[in-house]
Write a protein that binds this ligand. Structure first.
Ligand code: PEP
Length: 252
């Protein structure tokens, strides 16, 4: 069965609640009735309420950019999966390279977050990807294998169904450099092979693997036409309603 593509926006640390509301006012009419691809927008935590209100009843899901694995407690600054669900989130990004780079995210914390997200019924978007030095040193496969194996550790085939992986080569994020569709497809095949070892072949065939890293309106169609690429995680180009719409409607 063909995998339905997911086009997800990662707003990073951009937009106030008021700006989020204005985005949806312009964006929703542009994608109304679009059902070929699943659409999600992940704004900063403080914009989630405004985004959920604005997107209510539409074809756009709202996600968070991070979460904590504990249910509740003395964890200043953290947000639980139950809080995200109660706020109306359906998706959550886990292990984005910026969190790995600047906020101490590790393969182990990614695994804990992934298990908690699945237990809460959220659709997790687990980010993996190599640094430029790692690609140049020929370590891309090792890094992807390590990140994927550790993320999936202790998760069964049945539980794994909602998992989405985003392959985001770190050298392509926010740089205007993109992996070619062929480079991405090669990485996706490796990730799918690891998923097959962890969850079995049927689950691996159903696993969605997104590409992220400078996806723009002018390269989206080439990337999304590649059969191994099951959608996109979009940073910079998702901040503008028209540009994000062009990506959602790739090839149309
Ligand atoms: C991202 O934030 O995940 C991302 C891919 O950013 P950009 O599209 O700006 O490269």
């Amino acid at each position: 069965m063909p995998r339905k593509k997911l086009i997800a926006a990662n707003w990073k640390m951009y937009k106030t609640p008021e700006q989020a509301t204005a985005f949806f006012r312009d964006f929703l009419p542009l994608v109304a009735g679009h059902s070929r691809d699943e659409i999600a927008v992940c704004p900063p935590f403080v914009d989630i309420a405004a985004a959920v209100t604005a997107a209510k009843g539409s074809n756009v899901g709202i996600g968070a950019q991070d979460m904590f694995w504990e249910k509740e407690g003395a964890f200043t600054g953290q947000i639980s999966t139950a809080m995200l669900r109660a706020a109306g989130c359906t998706h959550v990004i886990i292990g984005h390279s910026e969190r790995r780079q600047f906020f101490g995210e590790t393969d182990d914390t990614v695994n804990k977050k992934l298990k908690a997200a699945l237990a809460a019924g959220l659709t997790p978007i687990v980010c993996v990807g190599e640094l430029l030095q790692e690609r140049e040193a020929g370590l891309t496969e090792d890094v992807l294998r390590r990140q994927t194996v550790n993320a999936f550790r202790g998760i069964g085939a049945v539980e794994s169904a909602p998992i989405t992986v985003a392959y985001e080569p770190v050298w392509a994020i926010g740089t205007g450099r993109t992996a070619t569709p062929q480079m991405a497809a090669e990485a996706h095949r490796l990730i799918r092979a690891e998923a097959a070892k962890a969850f079995g072949e049927p689950a691996a065939q159903a696993l969605r693997i997104l590409y992220g890293g400078s996806v723009k309106p002018d390269n989206a169609t080439a990337l999304m036409s590649e059969l191994e690429i099951d959608g996109a995680l979009v940073g910079g180009a998702s901040l503008d309603p028209k540009s994000f719409t062009s990506i959602v409607k790739w090839g149309m």
